[in-house]
Design a protein around this ligand. Structure first.
Ligand code: 5AD
Ligand code: SF4
Length: 347
């Protein structure tokens, strides 16, 4: 195992069987995390990029079986922020919190059509920030329009590369279409963010290996990996859910194979364990997304229960994250946090 980890550290290449054996292994986890931490330091440095997350609508037309925002969940109050509220939150994040990236996230809410979104994008871009969208599957033309309006990046997780599991838990959605959407982000000139859930029922270690190879083949710019946390108002309420350890392993191997990308320490990791994000930052992650959604809204953006900062204000959330970063001797980056492609990928 140690040899495999050394090989990955040097060559940033592993085949499917090698990844699977690393995922199965239980004895070298700390060596794996250390290697990912070293590769992170070598390629993206010690600075942590903070991205201000605005959850601007929890209305969704989809029905993903794992997600609390699914349209059949009648137990949540739905909200949609006004354009003005979205801008004010972005303004606070940029001007008062000094955050350099704004992430606009929502369910797939058709109210925000292309024109509305482009107007919001243009306005936020006057704030001297990078802008990421996380709003679901759209057409290539729409992705191009967002880019033209000033958007820089887009997050669209593949959720799982296991097609059978995808079609089971993402009813009325199509895996091939999703892959095409993710590829279209790159065609539109946006930085590509994707990622997966870890711990859906029947998901196998073999599928995680495929997930990691999918990120590598796609040459994703950002990869977010989150443990699946069962939500009581969904069909998967009685499922076991993912573990922090497995999510960290998938993340660490992703760092070894894609050394120069941006990898967030996800909120779902922190939800499973109070020091989950800190562990992630020491096992390959270099990004955190502080939630700057107002307290009155964020409790309704319940993708999964127990989100660690549900009752916090935006300022309290940032403060807690900065403390965590300081405690492990890392620094907050003050640049926009684009992926700086290393030689490895620009060839
Ligand atoms: N547990 C963890 N993550 C979840 N997401 C949705 N539901 C859950 C859950 N129950 C993730 C999905 C989606 C992202 C916005 O939130 O991966 O892409
Ligand atoms: Fe909607 Fe996204 Fe939740 Fe699926 S995961 S129900 S698309 S918010």
């Amino acid at each position: 195992m140690k040899k495999l980890i050394e090989k990955a550290k040097k060559t940033h290449a592993l085949n499917r069987d090698e990844i699977i054996s690393l995922l199965y292994d239980k004895n070298c986890t700390s060596e794996l995390f250390c290697a990912a931490d070293e590769v992170r330091l070598k390629y993206v440095g010690d600075n942590i990029h903070l991205r201000a997350l605005i959850e601007f609508s929890n209305i969704c037309k989809n029905n993903c079986c794992y997600c609390g925002l699914r349209k059949d969940n009648k137990n949540i109050s739905r909200y949609r922020m006004s354009e003005d509220t979205i801008f004010k939150l972005a303004e606070h994040a940029a001007n008062n919190m000094n955050l350099k990236t704004i992430v606009l996230q929502s369910g797939e809410d058709l109210f925000f059509d292309c024109d509305k979104l482009c107007a919001i994008i243009q306005k936020i871009k006057t704030l001297d920030v990078a802008l990421t969208l996380s709003i679901g599957e759209k057409t290539l033309e729409e992705y191009k329009a967002y880019k033209k309006a000033g958007a820089d990046r887009f997050l669209l997780r593949i959720e799982t590369t296991d097609k059978e599991i995808y079609s089971r838990y993402d009813p009325n959605m199509d895996w091939e279409t999703r892959v095409q959407c993710i590829k279209n982000l790159g065609i539109a000139g946006l930085e590509i963010g994707t990622g997966v859930l870890v711990g859906l029922p029947d998901q196998k270690l073999e599928s995680y290996a495929d997930d990691i190879l999918f990120f590598k083949n796609l040459n994703a710019d950002m990869v977010g990996i989150g443990p699946f946390i069962p939500h009581p108002d969904t069909p998967l309420k009685d499922a076991k859910g993912g573990t922090l350890d497995m999510a960290l392993k998938v993340m660490a191997i992703t760092r070894l194979l894609l050394p120069d990308i941006n990898i967030p320490a996800t909120t779902a990791m922190e939800t499973l364990e109070p020091n989950g994000q800190t562990k992630a930052l020491q096992a390959g992650a270099n990004v955190i997304m502080p939630n700057v959604t107002l307290t009155q809204y964020r409790k309704h953006y319940e993708l999964y229960p127990g989100k660690s900062t549900t009752n916090y204000t935006p300022d309290e959330t940032l403060c807690e994250i900065k403390n965590k970063i300081a405690l492990i001797g890392r620094k907050v980056s003050n640049d926009y946090g684009f992926r700086k492609k290393s030689q490895l990928h620009s060839k």
